[in-house]
Design a protein around this ligand. Structure first.
Ligand SMILES: C[S@@+](CC[C@H](N)C(=O)[O-])C[C@H]1O[C@@H](n2cnc3c(N)ncnc32)[C@H](O)[C@@H]1O
Length: 244
């Protein structure tokens, strides 16, 4: 287990300790952002079989099953996160199951899924984006979709100043990696992919891009913390829909 995986295994302790809160959040309308529901509306209406790589706390999986998915398979390399997410899905009585698995290398058959759902802190852990994109393409049936709702690649540049947005002098949009210095991934080395690299990598893997949008609102807020960079002037999240 490398250092980043150990860090995630430790974070999964939080997923166990705060299980009731996570389940309540998963069952609320907030677990999927309005923009996610909008982009996915037609796809979820067709009761897709969904696979969710890097499923983490599994709140998205419960929300997707409640929003129409016929089944959801979450895959994450943290056995603790997977076990805690499975307990919550069982409590909710939903068709959601989990496997322990490392990406790239989803432990599922080719062409089995209608929708790959991923993001919310997933891409920064991928060191080989081409292999990741090929893997997601492989598990989709022809005509199936990949949906990503993710932190905008520019986010590592923003300071958390409250008076006005500023750019961190120690960061660049174009460096390959940086050390995270905020919770929950404090100390972890994250990989940076520009929006252009993400889009071009997906096209190279065989996807057709159907939708790309950027949002001012971060996909995740740190409690009551507020930064001027999150208040409407800068990009903090993006969504992308691609078709196999
Ligand atoms: C921030 S969470 C992902 C977000 C998830 N949608 C959520 O809201 O919890 C990142 C997850 O990716 C998992 N992860 C990181 N690198 C991975 C890899 N190479 N293979 C599988 N899982 C990985 C971690 O264990 C963690 O649960």
């Amino acid at each position: 287990m490398d250092q980043t995986q150990q860090a995630w295994e430790a974070v999964a302790g939080k997923y166990e300790d705060e299980s009731d809160e996570i389940l309540a959040f998963a069952l609320s309308e907030q677990a999927l952002w309005p923009a996610e529901r909008e982009v996915l509306a037609e796809i979820l209406a067709a009761a897709p079989a969904v696979v969710h790589p890097q499923s983490g706390d599994g709140a998205d999986d419960i929300a997707l099953a409640r929003a129409g998915a016929r089944s959801v398979l979450g895959v994450d390399y943290s056995p603790r996160a997977v076990a805690a997410a499975q307990r919550r899905a069982d409590q909710a009585g939903l068709p959601v199951r989990y496997l322990v698995g490392t990406l790239p290398g989803l432990p599922v058959e080719d062409g089995d899924y209608d929708l790959v759902y991923t993001g919310k802190g997933a891409l920064i852990w991928m060191r080989d984006l081409d292999a990741w994109a090929r893997d997601l393409h492989r598990v989709l049936r022809p005509g199936g979709h990949l949906f990503i709702y993710e932190g905008h690649p520019a986010v590592p540049l923003w300071t958390w100043d409250t008076d006005e947005p500023r750019i961190r002098p120690d960061r660049s949009y174009f460096t390959r990696s940086f050390v995270n210095d905020t919770f929950p991934a404090n100390g972890a080395v994250e990989t940076q992919w520009t929006l252009g690299e993400i889009v071009t990598t997906l096209i190279r893997a065989g996807f057709t891009i159907r939708h790309l949008a950027e949002y001012a609102e971060p996909f995740w807020r740190w409690g009551d913390l507020r930064a001027a960079a999150w208040e409407g002037r800068l990009p903090n999240a993006f969504s992308l829909l691609a078709e196999r």
